[in-house]
Design a protein around this ligand. Structure first.
Ligand code: ZN
Length: 464
């Protein structure tokens, strides 16, 4: 009897202390790193020091580390290692979650699948339907994490409409809008009775057809929305009836820290605060990480410094960026069995005109064209459609500083796969044509590779 009384008193004390004391957890988040590893003032090697410091402060057992996407593409380091260098850094830092961004799909699906398999954490994208990825690697819609006594559901969303930026045969990559994806998965999430629900999305607060307020009106049980894609910093603000929004900038210049106090007695978040923590001039490099990446970084340096060709002043005029890229695309088209003349292309800045004799490095080509899009040939069924598409192109993108190049003759067109995909919604007729007639499209090497091959051939012919 005496023993039972004692047991009850201890139980009561534990119950009361649990009820009164909140459980504190911390979410650390990054987004849109775009492969930035060793910039002068930022980059992952410095950001790693900040992440480690903040995690130590909060306690590793009460911290989650998430990345919101556009992670493994965008720098020469990422390009020359097919994104591996970034995954190595993420694994060293023990990232728990990686949400796939649209630029992850710039890699081909085999490469991306390889990166997902290398990643030690959980890859999330609830609105993505891509058999090639789900069969060869694990991409989940959501996951439950346990921190202290709390059950935390993290739902990941990629950017809806990836197929408007990246050309793939119809049906290979499908995305649904976020509301639809949430309606599909929420019953299962609710069944788990999570204490906290986090939505990590590769999207800002607003975009075409999306508004975070409308989504939260439909799903008010989401406690925290972590955003990305728009490259802005949002240190934390209330959105919807009871949710909080945070976004951690870009290019490994900063991270966001979100501190949550959860009152278990009323089963509610009692306090949520957040801040952006910048990498600054005083942030040291993380020595351990730079040692891990040493081999990749020296390899990258060697590639970066590889001279493809040298040009003298007289010749330099003809080797300016646009002309070189177009010539390279024509050469690639010839490889695909199609000779095309230049009729129309977008205005690009005349960069790269040499004053004296200059060397063209592998890195120069990367800076000329920083994307992975491919050289594509599209056969149009008749001139009327082609003319309509030329009109759309001129209206939509020809004057923009983006990379589209369209070269046309008769009823065939040479263009980048980004244009073919619809230039992020600007070229809807082009997009629809590609989806309707995939058999009329031929895709070759990436524009980057085409330019490298072209310059190498040029240098070879000069020697002979
Ligand atoms: Zn993005």
């Amino acid at each position: 009897m005496h023993f039972i009384t004692k047991f009850w008193i201890i139980g009561l004390i534990l119950f009361l202390s649990n009820g009164l004391k909140a459980t504190d957890i911390t979410i650390l988040t990054t987004t849109d790193i775009h492969g930035h590893m060793t910039d002068d003032r930022s980059g992952m090697i410095k950001l790693a020091s900040v992440i480690i410091k903040e995690r130590n402060k909060a306690g590793a057992d009460r911290t989650l580390l998430l990345d919101c996407g556009d992670t493994i593409e965008g720098s020469f380091a990422a390009y020359s290692t097919d994104g591996e260098i970034v995954i190595k850094a993420m694994n060293f830092l023990n990232y728990d979650v990686w949400v796939l961004g649209n630029h992850e799909f710039d890699l081909n699906l085999k490469e991306l699948s390889g990166r997902i398999n290398q990643f030690k954490g959980i890859t999330l994208a609830a609105n993505l339907n891509c058999k090639a990825l789900t069969e060869k690697s694990k991409v989940l819609p959501w996951a439950i994490f346990k921190l202290k006594k709390l059950k935390i559901a993290v739902i990941g969303m990629s950017m809806p409409g990836i197929c408007w930026q990246v050309w793939r045969r119809p049906g290979i990559i499908k995305t649904v809008d976020m509301s639809e994806a949430l309606h599909q998965i929420m019953p299962a999430v609710r069944k788990q009775k999570p204490d906290i629900i986090i939505l990590a999305q590769h999207l800002g607060m607003y975009s075409k057809n999306y508004n975070v307020y409308s989504l939260l009106a439909e799903f008010p049980e989401i406690d925290l929305v972590i955003g990305g894609h728009t490259h802005v910093e949002k240190s934390g603000e209330k959105v919807g009836p009871k949710s909080w929004y945070v976004q951690a900038g870009k290019h490994a210049e900063c991270m966001a820290r979100i501190d949550i106090s959860y009152n278990e007695k009323v089963r509610k978040i009692s306090r949520i605060t957040s801040e952006i923590i910048q990498v600054d001039d005083n942030t040291p490099n993380c020595i351990e990480l730079s040692n891990i990446l040493k081999y990749d970084l020296t390899g990258m340096k060697r590639k970066e410094e590889r001279i493809l060709t040298s040009i003298n002043q007289r010749k330099a005029v003809s080797i300016k960026k646009t002309k070189t890229i177009i010539a390279a695309m024509q050469q690639e088209a010839a490889e695909l069995g199609k000779n095309v003349d230049v009729i129309l292309y977008s205005k690009r800045k005349k960069e790269g005109i040499a004053k004296k004799r200059i060397d063209i490095y592998r890195k120069t080509v990367f800076d000329w064209h920083r994307f992975h899009d491919k050289v594509c040939i599209v056969e149009f069924s008749d001139v009327v459609i082609l003319k309509r598409i030329i009109c759309e192109f001129k209206r939509g993108v020809a004057s923009k500083k983006i990379t589209p190049i369209v070269i046309m003759k008769n009823t065939s067109a040479l263009m980048s796969s980004y244009i073919l995909a619809g230039a992020n919604g600007r070229l809807s007729q082009m997009h629809r044509y590609g989806v309707k007639y995939p058999e009329r499209i031929k895709c070759g090497a990436s524009i980057q590779e085409a330019v490298v091959t072209y310059l190498k051939n040029k240098a070879k012919s000069k020697k002979q």
